[in-house]
Design a protein around this ligand. Structure first.
Ligand code: NDP
Length: 311
């Protein structure tokens, strides 16, 4: 069985930054990229708030740059998912990881950087039309709705960013917001409210999606008046937040009620010796690429110091 000093699970900004630091410290890190190589930034277009890119950078390009930087120092970037873990309680002991449900490998330290995944409303019609009008990624799927009317649910920065993206492709974008205000930043709110082809429907929830083989219309309800209405649209975009990708760690690591991993304050240490968490998987507050990169750096340094105790 392969034995490694450090295995990094996940390939977003946290994973790659951990890899850059660990590789430069000669820990010979192995990275498993997971289901969405490059993580959530690969589903966005322009990233304007990552320091060092005064003109902004395409999300895919940024992740490609981080990958190249990690590989330059010898990170072994591998396709595959970690599907099962057995973390050791023994300080300095090896943790057992299963790759793609088949191969087992051992790692003395593990950096968990598995991020978070988009949430859905949970309506039966939403599931029925998944991939046939329903999407959680406007940047991935918006193109298919070019010239058509679409609806987007949510009032956070993601919903605002995606509505703005869709408004460039679609004649009409209706944004369903369950409260009387947007949670998105002021700058994004201003952009939404000043885009003529975005209509915000406040205090509005989705009742169901209507259609035969794909979405044709969205039935909505005003939460204050109870009045129902039908909006004609062929695309239904869900942008209501994310769920941390921590199912395989249940029972082994401490989590909050939503599933975000808990780490010791001021570090990336979980309750298992040699297991560290970085990025969105352990951060429901900031959730930014740059803060994920920062904790990725911390995780690599924590792993390096931990390994030094056992050599
Ligand atoms: P958020 O959790 O910030 O917002 C989720 C939105 O969806 C809220 O408006 C919420 O409503 C609404 N919502 C949640 N559940 C439901 C439901 N069941 N039905 C209807 N509406 C629902 O998630 P985001 O993905 O928007 O953002 C996550 C984090 O990432 C934030 O910190 C954000 O600032 C950041 N971000 C930053 C970007 C940037 O800087 N460029 C871009 C994108 C995200 P309510 O307000 O009523 O709870």
């Amino acid at each position: 069985m392969e034995q490694h000093s450090l295995v990094i699970i996940g390939s977003g900004p946290a994973g790659y930054t951990a890899a850059i630091y660990a590789a430069r410290a000669d820990l010979k890190p192995i990275m498993y990229v997971g289901l969405q190589p490059g993580g959530q930034l690969t589903t966005t277009t322009e990233v304007d708030n990552f320091p060092g890119y005064p003109q902004g950078v395409d999300g895919n390009q940024l992740m490609e740059d981080l990958k190249n930087q990690a590989e330059r120092f010898g990170t072994d970037v591998r396709w595959g998912m970690i599907t099962h873990v057995e973390f050791s309680d023994t300080p300095g002991g090896f943790h057992l990881l299963t790759v793609d449900e088949t191969t087992q490998i051992q790692a003395q330290t593990v950096v968990i950087a598995t991020g978070a995944t988009a949430k859905y409303l949970g309506l039966p019609s939403e599931e029925k039309f998944m991939g046939h009008g329903v999407s959680a990624c406007a940047v991935c799927d918006g193109f298919f709705y070019k010239g058509q009317n679409v609806v987007i649910v949510g009032g956070g920065d993601t919903a605002a960013e995606e509505a703005s993206y869709l408004a460039k492709l679609c004649p009409k974008v209706t944004m369903l917001v369950r409260k009387g205000e947007l949670r998105a930043s002021k700058a994004m709110q201003n952009r939404i409210l000043s885009t003529p082809n975005i209509e915000v429907r406040w205090h509005t929830e989705t009742v169901e999606l209507l259609g035969e083989h794909g979405v044709e219309a969205v039935k909505v309800r005003n939460l204050q008046t109870g009045a129902e209405d039908v909006i004609e649209a062929t695309g239904f975009f869900v942008a209501i937040g994310h769920k941390p990708n921590t199912d395989i760690f249940k029972g082994q690591l401490d989590m909050d009620e939503v599933g975000y991993l808990q780490v010791q304050a001021g570090s990336t240490k979980t309750r298992k010796p040699g297991v560290f968490a970085a990025g969105d998987v352990a951060d429901k507050v900031y959730r930014q690429a740059i803060s994920a990169a920062g904790t990725g750096c911390m995780a690599a340094l924590d792993a390096e110091r931990y390994l030094a105790e056992f050599h």
